[in-house]
Design a protein around this ligand. Structure first.
Ligand SMILES: C[S@@+](CC[C@H](N)C(=O)[O-])C[C@H]1O[C@@H](n2cnc3c(N)ncnc32)[C@H](O)[C@@H]1O
Length: 306
């Protein structure tokens, strides 16, 4: 009896009698939900999530009146609900593009940021011979994005990606494999270079640089979804730089360069920390937003010039 009276539902829990939604209405519905949740670009994200649910962007534009297939609609609504809880699209999809390469990410890795491409660009301008067999060290490698982006541009280079998080290292290793660079990349557990042997021609690091007390004030996408060890830079945000500064010289090859990402307003202090430990500051580069983002340093001695 009870069974006879229960509404008919599909495996996905949607009513069998529910009319299929058109692409345009699905997009409007998702956009409204995301806007109400305070998502910055609700339409853009609705489009990306609908594409991930099986309705390609061309179809969204070309056939807005066409129906969204039931399974796709359930998947889309599930993803919209996650985004409305302010989970970033890249985390929902488990992937982020960096330097035009696809990187898988997990809750153990930072979601790579376009700002960090400043380091890759800077490193490449320092390489006069892109066919040279350079050795690269990426400290705090996360998804491996900095190291693997450079290996994609420097065909004879090899590198080490180091991180304190074994789970992040597994992600980086898998990304190296998926991108076809695992024969030139090695990954090692290390606390800011401990146990690693140089010399390296290029050392890159994008360390955690948010002051601990500021993390809770960041947008929910960052505060709730990024791994804390990828963000927390101690009471003033500079703890990792203090650990790194005295170790870099011993790992750097003569003529080699260190490239450190810094947070907004940190460049002068971080440059001071490096200079105190005998490194020479070669430049401070801004990201596309005009923020001082990347410090370039090298060994200070005359013999370091090559
Ligand atoms: C801001 S994330 C950068 C990740 C990646 N390089 C990127 O640019 O997307 C900082 C990384 O440093 C790692 N990390 C934190 N403390 C560390 C330590 N003491 N030694 C090595 N790596 C550390 C974190 O696990 C995280 O992967």
């Amino acid at each position: 009896m009870l069974e006879a009276m229960a509404p008919k539902t599909s495996k996905l829990g949607t009513s069998k009698r529910a009319r299929p939604l058109s692409v345009a209405r699905a997009l409007d519905e998702g956009t409204r939900t995301l806007a109400a949740a305070g998502v910055e670009e609700p339409r853009r994200d609705a489009v990306a999530l609908l594409a991930a649910a099986g309705v390609p962007r061309e179809k969204q534009i070309g056939r807005p009146g066409g129906p969204v297939e039931r399974g796709g609609l359930a998947a889309y609504r599930g993803m919209v609900a996650r985004r409305a809880r302010r989970e970033p699209v890249s985390r929902i999809l488990g992937q982020r593009e960096f330097w035009s390469l696809p990187f898988n990410l997990t809750p153990d890795t930072l979601d790579p940021r376009p700002d960090s491409e400043t380091l890759v660009e800077a490193a490449l301008t320092l390489c006069s011979d892109r066919a040279a067999p350079l050795s690269i060290l990426d400290l705090g490698t996360g998804t491996g994005c900095l190291l693997l982006a450079l290996l994609s541009e420097l065909p004879q280079a090899t590198g080490v990606g180091a991180d304190i998080s074994p789970a992040a290292l597994r992600v980086a290793q898998a990304n190296a494999q998926a991108l076809g660079f695992s024969h030139r990349a090695r990954f090692a557990a290390s606390d800011w270079g401990d146990g690693l042997k140089g010399p390296f021609n290029l050392i890159l690091a994008n360390p955690p640089y948010i002051a601990d007390g500021d993390i809770g004030r960041l947008e929910p996408e960052v505060a709730f979804y990024e791994p804390r060890e990828a963000l927390a830079g101690g009471p003033d945000g500079l703890e990792a730089y203090r650990c790194l500064a005295p170790r870099l010289g011993a790992l750097l090859a003569p003529g080699g360069h260190v490239l450190l990402e810094v947070g907004a307003g940190q460049a002068a202090e971080v440059a001071g920390l490096l200079a105190e430990k005998g490194l020479k500051i070669r430049g401070i580069l801004r990201d596309l937003g005009g923020v001082e983002r990347c410090i370039i340093a090298s060994l200070a001695t005359m013999f370091a010039e090559s």
